[in-house]
Design a protein around this ligand. Structure first.
Ligand code: SF4
Length: 431
C-alpha cells in the first residue's frame, strides 16, 4: 500500500513532487485543458496553475455561456501578500470570463483556529484582503462576505455536518481528542463556503471552481464527497438507457422526475429508467430541479485548480512569520525593493562561474517574482530564462529590473487600495 502524503491545510507544505501528487491524489494536469481556454491567464500559460479537478465542467459552462462560479477566500490572520494575490488574480480572471464570483473572509476559522478576535478579523479582513481584492479589479457584481455574518453559509455548514463524520474529518485534518469543536465546525464552514454559490439564493446549482494551492486539496476532496452525498438522486448512463436512483425512498419525487423527462420512461419504486433519450445533461438538470423542489440542493461537486507555491524571498517557504520572506501588498515600495535586492537568486558564486555554467532560474526567487507577478509578456520572460541559462545575464541586472517593476506595481496597487476605500459601500461593506 502506498503511504499517503499528509497535507495540513492550516500549516505549510513544501510540495515539489507534483507528478507524484497527480498519481497519489487523482489530480489531473492542467496542461491537458490549456488549448481549450480562451485568453488563458499567465498562470495557466506558464504552468503555474499545474493541476485541476473537474475543471472541464467549468470550461464547458464558460464556452456555452451558461452560469458558472468561482469562489475562494482567506483567513484574516496576517498581512496580505503576493501569495494571496495569486488566488485573487485567479478569481478576478474568472469573473472577467463571466463567472459569478465569491470572495470569503474566513473569520470563523481565524477566530476558532488562530484565536483572532472578531474585531481584528473584521479590520484585517477589510484593511488587508478586501481592499487589495478590489484594487486588483474585483467587480461589485461579485460577492464579498464574512463567514460569521452569512446566515446561509452557517446554515449550510450545519447541513454539511450531517454528511461528514468525525473519523474522516480527523483523517483529513488531523483532529484529535484535544481539538475543540469550533475548530472542527470551522472546517465544515469552509465546505459551506465552497458550496454556497450553488444555493438557490445565489442562482442555484452550477459548476464552481475553487482556485487554491495544493495544500487546500483535503478541503476540496472532502467537499466534493459531501456534495455528492448531499444529492438525493444518482443519475447514471447505462448501456442503452439512463438510470435515476433515489438514495432514500421518495415516491413523490420519483413521480415528478418521471413526469418531467422525455423518452420511454419506466418508473419503479426507487428508480426511473429512461430509454430513447440520451440527453444526459438535460436529464441531470431536470433531476436537479426536482431535487430542489423536494428540499434538496442538487449540488455539482466543486471543481478546483491548483497553483504552484511561490518560494519565500529568503529561499525557504513564504511565511508571514518571516517578514523578509514575503512582500506584503501594503508595505512601502522602497522597503519591498530592498527585500528584492537581498533575495536569494539562482546565480553562481562567482561571475566567472555564472558566465561559464549559466544561472539556475528554476531555483531563483527573483525569476519567480518576474514570472508570477511582474512581467506580462511571455517572450520577455522566455528571453530572461534563456539568457540566464546561457550565462549571459547577471543577477544584479535581474534584481534591478525586479525592484523597479515591484516599486511600480506596489505604487499603483496602493493607490488602487486608497480608491477601494471609497468603493466599499458598493460591496455592502464599511471600514
Ligand atoms: Fe535569477 Fe536573473 Fe540571476 Fe538568473 S541571472 S539566477 S534569473 S537573478
Amino acid at each position: 500500500m502506498k503511504r499517503m502524503t499528509k497535507l495540513n491545510p492550516w500549516g505549510t507544505n513544501d510540495i515539489k513532487d507534483y507528478p507524484k501528487l497527480f498519481e497519489e491524489f487523482g489530480v489531473s494536469p492542467f496542461e491537458e485543458l490549456l488549448a481549450e481556454v480562451s485568453n488563458p491567464h499567465p498562470y495557466m500559460r506558464r504552468g503555474i496553475i499545474f493541476g485541476h479537478r473537474d475543471y472541464q465542467s467549468v470550461l464547458d459552462a464558460m464556452h456555452l455561456k451558461e452560469p458558472f462560479g468561482v469562489m475562494s477566500g482567506f483567513m484574516p490572520s496576517g498581512p496580505v501578500h503576493l501569495g494571496h494575490k495569486m488566488v485573487m488574480d485567479e478569481i478576478i480572471w474568472h469573473q472577467r470570463m463571466g463567472a459569478e464570483a465569491f470572495f470569503g473572509i474566513a473569520d470563523m476559522e481565524a477566530h476558532a483556529v488562530r484565536g483572532v478576535s472578531w474585531k481584528e478579523c473584521t479590520e484585517r479582513g477589510i484593511n488587508e484582503y478586501i481592499l487589495s481584492m478590489i484594487a486588483l479589479g474585483f467587480e461589485p457584481s461579485g460577492r464579498i462576505y464574512f463567514q460569521s455574518k452569512d446566515a446561509f453559509v452557517k446554515d449550510l455548514a450545519f447541513e454539511v455536518g450531517t454528511e461528514a463524520n468525525l473519523s474522516e474529518m480527523s483523517a483529513i485534518y488531523g483532529f484529535s481528542g484535544e481539538t475543540h469543536i469550533s475548530h472542527m465546525f470551522s472546517a465544515l464552514v469552509q465546505s459551506a463556503d465552497i458550496l454556497h454559490p450553488q444555493l438557490s439564493e445565489y442562482g442555484g446549482p452550477k459548476p464552481v471552481v475553487i482556485p487554491v494551492g495544493f495544500d487546500q486539496d483535503p478541503h476540496i476532496r472532502l467537499t466534493r464527497d459531501i456534495a455528492s452525498r448531499m444529492r438525493m438522486f444518482k443519475v447514471e448512463k447505462r448501456d442503452d438507457y439512463i438510470s435515476i436512483r433515489a438514495k432514500r425512498p421518495n415516491e413523490e419525487a420519483m413521480d415528478d422526475i418521471a413526469d418531467r423527462v422525455e423518452g420511454d420512461v419506466k418508473l419503479y419504486a426507487e428508480h426511473v429508467d429512461i430509454y430513447d433519450n440520451d440527453d444526459l445533461k438535460n436529464i441531470e438538470a431536470i433531476v436537479r430541479s426536482v431535487e430542489i423542489d423536494h428540499g434538496g440542493y442538487g449540488l455539482h461537486p466543486p471543481s478546483s485548480i491548483y497553483h504552484r507555491f511561490m518560494s519565500g524571498l529568503t529561499g525557504g517557504k513564504m511565511s508571514s512569520t518571516n517578514p523578509d520572506s514575503i512582500i506584503a501588498l501594503t508595505e512601502t515600495p522602497d522597503a519591498a525593493a530592498e527585500k528584492v535586492k537581498k533575495a536569494k537568486t539562482g546565480g553562481r558564486v562567482t561571475l566567472t562561474d555564472q558566465r561559464k555554467l549559466g544561472g539556475e532560474p528554476q531555483k531563483c526567487t527573483i525569476y519567480e517574482l518576474l514570472l508570477f507577478h511582474l512581467i506580462e509578456d511571455d517572450a520577455q520572460i522566455a528571453e530572461i530564462f534563456k539568457e540566464c541559462k546561457e550565462g549571459k545575464r547577471t543577477c544584479g541586472r535581474c534584481k534591478a529590473l525586479a525592484a523597479e517593476l515591484m516599486i511600480k506595481f506596489l505604487k499603483e496597487h496602493q493607490e488602487g487600495r486608497e480608491r477601494a476605500k471609497e468603493q466599499l459601500e458598493e460591496y455592502g461593506l464599511k471600514l
